[in-house]
Design a protein around this ligand. Structure first.
Ligand code: SF4
Length: 363
């Protein structure tokens, strides 16, 4: 397949592995931010290609995984309101809250629909003016422009039966939180290429300087990731801490200016709790005052107290790169994709799901 097979070439992968062996002189720990990269690494066994001094740890870049349990509970309560059509990406339906998941609320009779875009939810609102349609707005900077576009469009058309349960999060504050943590062991990042197609990578430059950490904007195919690792290790070995762009076929430094403008018009930066991690300052997006009418939390007045995670789930440590899924006592026993205890076992981008799918034998 064009633009895929050439990035999965085994001979080229072997050359990167050789280059890495040549340049690596000591132990380094790298974090890939994005859950899509984690799945590629585990699926293709890329970590097994690397010199043994290089350790890859998995980051918080799975939006389903980091949506806080309180927002899941708010989603369950909102979806159960009579007359509401609750629209969500499919991955969110099985994420456990404290009282259940969206799938169980749906089984109880709620009108919960899987959509592929917030614009699908807006279309439902347009077609059913007698119903309240709520979109569960989950995701990083990658999906935020589409959510912003849906709100912009709803306001332009005067559609009032549409609202958002907003859970959008931002990558750079999470990177800073990881680097600031006392238990941090991350020495370089592979940043998520798709986030940078929207936001560019100028935001990462102060982080690289402040924490003396190389950041390589990296794609998602095996050769992208191996090249990203090679670039990061070369920087570490040479004592450099810069932002480099491996994913130059898709990413420019300044990113997508119209998409950023749309995000800024609709959203403001707010504090956000990350599941398993806790609150990170200035790490989320919330609706600006002129668009507060579209805030489902205000519209339905659903209040949620702070909740505790399952004590058996260590997904917070996994999302911060401190532990690996197989170090969780519940992995493959009490916690499986059929009966997940934590979101990282549910999501198609979750690290626990990746290890369950590709690494159960021999770990
Ligand atoms: S295996 Fe299950 S319980 Fe353990 S960290 Fe992953 S999601 Fe949580």
């Amino acid at each position: 397949m064009k633009f895929m097979n050439e990035y999965r070439d085994a001979a080229a992968a072997g050359k990167y592995a050789q280059a890495l062996r040549r340049i690596t002189t000591r132990a380094w720990t790298l974090m890939e931010i994005c859950g899509g990269q984690t799945h590629a690494i585990v699926k293709f066994g890329l970590d097994e290609f690397l010199p043994e001094q290089i350790t890859l740890v998995h980051g918080p870049g799975c939006p389903v995984c980091v949506t806080p349990i309180e927002l899941i509970e708010k989603a369950l309560a909102t979806a159960a309101v009579p007359g509401v059509v609750f629209c969500s990406f499919g991955d969110m339906l099985r994420v456990p809250g404290q009282s259940g998941d969206l799938l169980s609320v749906k089984a109880g009779g709620a009108d919960i629909r899987i959509v592929y875009s917030p614009l699908d939810a807006l279309k439902i609102a347009r077609e059913h003016p007698d119903r309240q349609v709520v979109f569960f707005a989950v995701g990083f900077e990658t999906t935020a422009p589409m959510t912003a576009l849906a709100v912009h469009q709803a306001a332009r058309e005067g559609i009032r039966n549409f609202s958002l349960l907003v859970a959008h999060v931002l990558v750079p504050p999470a990177m800073e939180a990881i680097l600031s943590a006392p238990e941090n062991r991350v020495q370089a990042f592979l940043a998520a290429g798709h986030v940078c197609t929207v936001m560019g990578y100028h935001e990462y430059e102060p982080i690289a300087r402040k924490y003396r950490v190389p950041i390589v904007i990296t794609g998602f195919e095996p050769l992208d990731i191996l090249q990203g690792i090679t670039m990061a290790v070369r920087q570490l070995e040479e004592g450099r801490a810069e932002v480099e762009n491996q994913y130059s076929r898709a990413v420019r430094r300044e990113g997508n200016a119209p998409a950023q403008k749309l995000i800024r018009e609709i959203f403001q930066v707010v504090p956000r709790k990350w599941r398993g991690v806790g609150e990170i300052a200035q790490s989320g997006l919330g609706l600006r005052d002129p668009y507060k009418d579209y805030d489902a939390e205000l519209r339905f007045g659903i209040v949620q107290q702070s909740l505790e995670e399952s004590p058996d789930c260590i997904s917070g440590l996994i999302l911060q790169g401190v532990k690996k899924p197989f170090e969780c006592p519940a992995f493959t026993g009490a916690c499986t994709p059929e009966h997940p205890l934590g979101a990282t076992m549910v999501s198609s981008e979750g690290a626990c799901a990746a290890y369950y799918r590709y690494r159960r034998v021999g770990i």
